[in-house]
Write a protein that binds this ligand. Structure first.
Ligand SMILES: [Zn+2]
Ligand SMILES: [Zn+2]
Length: 183
C-alpha cells in the first residue's frame, strides 16, 4: 500500500527539516487543513520550495515536521493510534496535506501528543501495519459492520454475540495451536 503513494524526495525532506519552523509549543488540539496554523505552514513550504510547496505530499511532510518532537520527518513519532473525528465517521474537512476528506481521522504524536486530522489515503502512507489495521477496523464499523475483528488475521469474522474471550477466529486459533505444538 505504502509503495503506491507518492513519496517525498529526500532532498526536499532535508530542505523542510531545515526551513520549517517548529510549532511544537502550540496548544494541543486536532488540527486540520482549515486551521490557520496549518495554512501558514503550507505558505512557508511554498516559500521554501516554490511550486513543489503546493504538492500534497510535500505539504503533509512539512506539517508532520512542524508538529514533530524531533523537528524531523520521523514516522515513528506518529505511530500511536488513530481515532475517527466523529463517531460513525462521516465528516467533512481538509487533510493536513490539503485534500478534501469525507472521513476524518485524528493521528496522534506519541511523544508530544499533537493531533493532526488526516484522510485514509495519508494514513495509509505511513505504511504501518498497526495503523492500517486500525483504519480497516474503523472503516468497517463506519459502514455498519458488526462482527468483531480477529486479533491475529484482523478480518472481521467473529460474531458480535461470541463470548468476550473469543479474540481469534477458528483458523487463527488452530494455526496458533499448531505452531505451539511444533514450536
Ligand atoms: Zn492527506
Ligand atoms: Zn483470524
Amino acid at each position: 500500500m505504502a509503495g503506491k503513494l507518492q513519496k517525498v524526495d529526500l532532498r526536499i525532506v532535508e530542505i523542510l527539516e531545515e526551513g520549517i519552523a517548529s510549532r511544537n509549543d502550540l496548544p494541543v488540539m486536532p488540527r486540520s487543513g482549515r486551521d490557520p496554523v496549518i495554512q501558514a505552514i503550507w505558505r512557508d513550504t511554498e516559500m521554501l520550495l516554490p511550486g513543489a510547496g503546493k504538492l500534497m505530499p510535500v505539504r503533509r511532510a512539512a506539517v508532520l515536521i512542524a508538529f514533530s518532537n524531533s523537528g524531523r520527518l520521523d514516522f515513528d513519532e506518529w505511530r500511536g493510534q488513530i481515532i475517527p473525528l466523529k463517531a460513525g465517521g462521516a465528516d467533512e474537512d481538509n487533510c493536513v496535506c490539503s485534500h478534501d476528506i469525507d472521513f476524518c481521522y485524528i493521528i496522534g504524536n506519541r511523544i508530544n501528543h499533537h493531533q493532526l486530522i488526516m484522510g485514509s489515503v495519508c494514513i495509509e502512507m505511513f505504511g504501518d501495519k498497526v495503523i492500517s489495521d486500525q483504519l480497516k477496523h474503523l472503516q468497517y464499523v463506519a459502514k455498519g459492520g458488526k462482527k468483531r475483528q480477529c486479533a491475529s488475521c484482523k478480518r472481521h469474522c467473529i460474531d458480535e454475540e461470541a463470548p468476550f474471550w473469543k479474540k481469534e477466529c477458528l483458523s487463527c486459533w488452530k494455526r496458533g495451536r499448531f505452531s505451539f505444538v511444533h514450536g
